[in-house]
Design a protein around this ligand. Structure first.
Ligand SMILES: *[C@@H]1O[C@H](CO)[C@@H](O)[C@H](O)[C@H]1NC(C)=O
Ligand SMILES: *[C@@H]1O[C@H](CO)[C@@H](O)[C@H](O)[C@H]1NC(C)=O
Length: 340
């Protein structure tokens, strides 16, 4: 009984005194790293080591965690790489896509760079640092945004010129996809036997299982088929890329343009007050026609400007004077008979 107690005492002592101080991770509550499809993400992992008598180099391990927790309370795991000293071993599934940029020049910076982002890369990334019997870990959430879709003119197959292709994507809250975006989607399993324009004026389509009518420029292997650069007047379908339901934040000039494309105008201050009186509640500062930035609050809450209902104004100076710079980025309040 006594020796059992001693063992527990020793090990908890180790955990609270020793382990915490040998490896010290600069943990912060990581903001979710958000990057678009086919982009590059930097997942931070920085730590310090207390000098230890053994001078043993730290071992670094990166693991991806994703999906719902199973009955055992665990998520799916996939190891990405391990590094120790000058040796970095990358798992096959991630080869060619991950690097420890700072390592081994700076052995205390194990930040991971992941390129060619796919939707399936979204998840939690865990960085573990082990020195002897001591270890520390930190996790960073990653979200890969955006989706590629195939679009065909309403009346017929292969009826879009290159300029039509760019226009129909814009009309559908998207942009014409880049070859890298189509490739990232292919890498996640996308298969579609319709040749479509891409942003570099090439025409391609993604094939997982080659079959008659879909061979393109290759008979036997899976891959994105490429017809190469085409005359802009040739007719094909198109691949579009939509990134976000929320429009990007806008400068004053682009806010005004944005309202015009909706057939509206930037709202006036009076229109915003009337909409506020009518119940509008938005905790998003937005441009108005006079170049001011305001937002209407009916349900006061934390982080939305105080305890009273009202229209809040964003000032440039701490003494509550001056409108924001016209190049600052906000939402826009547009008016076309009603406000949105
Ligand atoms: C760690 O390395 C990354 C990639 O080289 C770099 O961007 C980052 O600034 C480094 N962080 C620190 C704290 O040195
Ligand atoms: C408020 O601050 C700005 C810049 O900090 C200054 O130019 C302005 O004169 C101040 N206004 C008042 C009323 O103090």
């Amino acid at each position: 009984q006594e020796s059992w107690f001693l063992l527990v005492y020793l090990s908890s002592c180790c955990i609270s005194i020793h382990c915490d101080t040998v490896v010290n991770m600069r943990k912060v509550t990581h903001q979710r790293v958000q990057e678009p499809l086919s982009g590059t993400a930097l997942l931070p992992c920085v730590f310090t080591l207390r000098p230890s008598p053994s001078h043993e180099p730290p071992r670094i391990k990166w693991t991806k965690l994703w999906g719902q927790r199973g009955p055992d309370g665990l998520q799916k795991q996939q190891s990405i790489l391990v590094a120790k000293d000058n040796i970095i071993k990358v798992k096959k599934a991630f080869q060619g896509r991950v690097t420890l940029l700072g390592y081994p020049e700076d052995r205390y910076n194990a930040s991971l760079v992941l390129t060619g982002l796919r939707s399936s890369d979204s998840g939690m990334y865990r960085c573990e640092v082990v020195v002897g019997i001591n270890d520390e870990q930190d996790t960073v959430p990653l979200q890969v945004t955006g989706v590629v879709f195939h679009y065909r003119a309403p009346h017929d197959r292969y009826a879009l010129s290159f300029s039509d292709a760019k226009r129909v994507c814009l009309e559908n809250s998207a942009n014409i996809a880049t070859p890298a975006q189509l490739q990232a989607t292919f890498n996640d399993g996308y298969d579609n036997c319709d040749a479509g324009w891409l942003s570099d004026q090439t025409v391609r389509y993604p094939i997982q299982s080659p079959r008659p009518g879909c061979y393109g420029d290759r008979e036997d292997s899976p891959g994105v088929r490429n017809y190469g650069s085409r005359d802009p007047d040739e007719m094909f379908d198109v691949y579009c890329f939509a990134n976000s339901l929320v429009p990007e934040k806008l400068s004053l000039a682009s806010a005004s343009t944005h309202c015009h494309t909706l057939g509206a105008q930037l709202a006036t201050v009076g229109q915003l007050y009337l909409a506020w009186q009518g119940g509008l509640d938005r905790c998003d500062p937005g441009w108005l026609a006079d170049g001011s930035v305001r937002y209407p609050i009916n349900l006061p809450r934390r982080h939305c400007g105080g305890d009273e209902p009202g229209v809040r104004t964003v000032y440039h100076n701490p003494n509550r004077t001056g409108f924001p710079d016209t190049s600052d980025l906000f939402d826009a309040y547009c008016y076309h008979g009603w406000l949105n």
